[in-house]
Design a protein around this ligand. Structure first.
Ligand SMILES: Nc1ncnc2c1ncn2[C@@H]1O[C@H](COP(=O)(O)OP(=O)(O)OP(=O)(O)O)[C@@H](O)[C@H]1O
Ligand SMILES: [Mg+2]
Length: 264
């Protein structure tokens, strides 16, 4: 939908990002903690350039699903591939691949003793072996992209929560990820700075980044995502374009969820 409605210089959606090829595929994914089944036969394919919002009640398995895609959790059954590579099996593939998956959490996890630019430069220099000067140039470019070029020499503690989260996004982008995962990126923020973070994410989605976003921000879901995936009890109960999800959810659980959000 956004490819049709949005035309502008910041980003683009061209034929290359509109293929039907799956960048991420979860097939029959199962995950338990002890005898508690947390992911129960999850099947989900995410196309290149697609932005997915994952919604569902607390404890439904949203964070666990993202953590499995990022290789932070092992799975008990099924398979997960990213760009054709299995990531659920031990071996070299995972560490290589994990560098190509950016993850942004509710807590920003910036290094407090490093300046903003150092935070953004760190992984490209340490992991990729990029030259300092090149990493700095790139960091400044990314800080411009997230709207805080003037904060490069500041320390995280001197930034607002919204600014810190934008640094965290720039830091993830510094590794040129193929895929960005966001786990409630605005849940810890003051209401007045939520918008600025969502705007950065919207621009990122419109630039063609493949994204999976766990969020309660249904305005963002409605405006930005291609597909909303509703999880309850470790199962995908429904997936639909946002308009369809909000106006004509098929399942009772999804309709209840929408009612609660709209009337709360
Ligand atoms: N490391 C763990 N050990 C044991 N149980 C866990 C672990 N991580 C998650 N769980 C359990 O798995 C279930 C799903 O957790 P998860 O964090 O994925 O839910 P969620 O949908 O992200 O919830 P929320 O909206 O509250 O963030 C919960 O019952 C949780 O208690
Ligand atoms: Mg969670």
């Amino acid at each position: 939908m956004r490819a049709l409605t949005w035309v502008g210089p910041v980003g683009r959606k061209d034929a290359l990002t509109q293929t039907t090829e799956g960048l991420v595929a979860l097939t029959g994914v199962r995950k338990s903690f002890g005898d508690h089944v947390v992911l129960d036969d999850i099947n989900l394919t995410i196309r290149r350039g697609e932005a997915i919002v994952v919604a569902g009640p607390s404890g439904s398995g949203k964070s666990t699903m993202l953590r499995c895609v990022n290789g932070l959790e092992t799975i008990d059954g099924g398979s997960i591939t990213v760009d054709g590579q299995r990531i659920d099996t031990a071996g070299g593939g995972l560490s290589v691949l994990r560098r190509e998956i950016g993850m942004v959490f509710q807590s920003f996890n910036l290094f407090p003793h490093m300046t903003v630019e150092r935070n953004v430069m760190l992984a490209p220099v340490k992991v990729r072996g990029l030259a300092e000067a090149d990493a700095r140039t790139r960091a400044h470019e990314l800080l411009g992209r997230v709207g805080i070029p003037e904060k490069a020499r500041d320390y995280p503690a001197d930034l607002s929560g919204g600014q810190q989260q934008r640094v965290a996004i720039a830091r993830a982008l510094a590794m040129d990820p193929k895929l960005m995962l966001f786990d409630e990126p605005t849940s810890a923020l003051d209401p007045e700075v939520i918008r600025e973070v969502l705007d950065v994410m919207r621009d990122l989605a419109r630039s063609g980044m493949t994204m999976v976003v766990v969020t309660h921000e249904m305005g963002f879901a409605r405006e930005v995502c291609d597909r909303l995936v509703f999880i309850d009890g470790g199962r995908i109960v429904e997936e639909a374009p946002p308009e369809e999800f909000f106006n004509a959810a098929k399942s009772d659980r999804a309709r209840e969820f929408v009612d609660k959000i709209i009337h709360h």
